[in-house]
Write a protein that binds this ligand. Structure first.
Ligand SMILES: C[S@@+](CC[C@H](N)C(=O)[O-])C[C@H]1O[C@@H](n2cnc3c(N)ncnc32)[C@H](O)[C@@H]1O
Length: 300
């Protein structure tokens, strides 16, 4: 079952005008997009992006039942600027994988379900988890596990992966991880979580594109337009926080000037000084929401 995370908070954050134009950068199963479309009158318009074909097809059927003032692009949101030729009133990113992607064993995202090592959100992407696990050099693997997974056992897991090649399935990989971490770690939490997250981030190039994508999205906003971003782990949140800080501060050099020229002034204002997190109730109903954070910035 798919439950949209921070649904009301994100919709409220977008401050939707019924005749406005909005972008959902991560359509998924159209939980947020459905709500946006419901709030729009016929003069309003919704553009949506997803790199996952299943999400696009499912959501197209769903949105049809709500209205026809929308258009979906089956592409990476890093290409947003090439597809949108107009300024918009609000943009939402709800990053990461969706629960249907995690639940669909075949996609290879889950360490609980056996499947070929895949983890591609976009099946047109030539790089799959199989390539990363079986063909990356040891130092590259360790680096990915350490940086993208914040995995303290990156070295021992990396070495075990290289020594056990070829590794073909998710459960084979999970078993190798479990057998090569200290017992205390094995007992504390699922020892596979961070490694699987790291490989997924590498396969889908999730972090490298984020800063530029946020800045491109901000450029597309009209004055008073809102950008809302939901993240699910600290690495993503750090990038969002830093880019928002940069956009909402005067240029460093401006501090020395008696009069600050417009182009050196802050371009945005933070709507959330501290990230919004899900209520206890939401976390109880949807465990996946527990690490979610929503940050909002408004263009000046
Ligand atoms: C957390 S889900 C979104 C759920 C959605 N908000 C809902 O309520 O149904 C994230 C979605 O974004 C897509 N996605 C992640 N990164 C993407 C990217 N760089 N470009 C396009 N789509 C992306 C994933 O395929 C997934 O369907």
């Amino acid at each position: 079952m798919h439950k949209s995370v921070l649904l009301n908070e994100a919709i409220e954050g977008l401050n939707i005008k019924p005749d406005g134009t909005y972008i959902d950068a991560t359509l998924g199963f159209a939980g947020h997009s459905g709500e946006i479309l419901r709030e729009l009158e016929t003069e309003g318009f919704l553009f949506a992006f997803d790199q996952d074909e299943n999400a696009v097809n499912y959501s197209n059927e769903k949105l049809k039942t709500i209205g026809n003032n929308y258009k979906i692009f089956h592409t990476n949101f890093k290409n947003m600027k090439d597809f949108i030729g107009t300024k918009v009133d609000g943009i939402l990113f709800d990053l990461g994988v969706s629960s249907p992607q995690l639940d669909d064993a075949e996609r290879g995202f889950s360490f609980h379900k056996d499947a070929p090592l895949d983890m591609r959100m976009d099946k047109r992407n030539p790089l799959s988890a199989y390539e990363v696990v079986n063909n990356y050099r040891l130092d590259e693997l360790i680096n990915i596990l350490y940086v993208y997974g914040e995995e303290a056992n990156a070295k021992s897991i990396g070495k075990a992966i290289v020594n056990n090649r070829p590794i073909k399935t998710t459960l084979e990989l999970a078993e190798i991880i479990k057998n090569n971490v200290p017992e205390s770690y094995r007992n504390k939490s699922n020892p596979c979580r961070k490694t699987f997250q790291a490989i997924r981030i590498e396969v889908n190039d999730e972090l490298r594109i984020l800063e530029t994508s946020i800045k491109d999205a901000f450029d597309l906003l009209k004055s008073n337009g809102r950008l809302c971003i939901i993240t699910f782990h600290s690495l993503e949140d750090r990038i969002v926080k830093e880019v928002f800080k940069e956009l909402s501060s005067d240029n460093e050099l401006a501090k020395k000037l008696p009069i600050v020229p417009d182009e050196m002034k802050a371009k945005g204002k933070l709507i959330t000084k501290k990230a919004i997190i899900p209520s206890d109730n939401e976390i109880k109903e949807n465990k996946r929401s527990r690490s979610a954070k929503l940050r909002i910035i408004e263009k000046i």
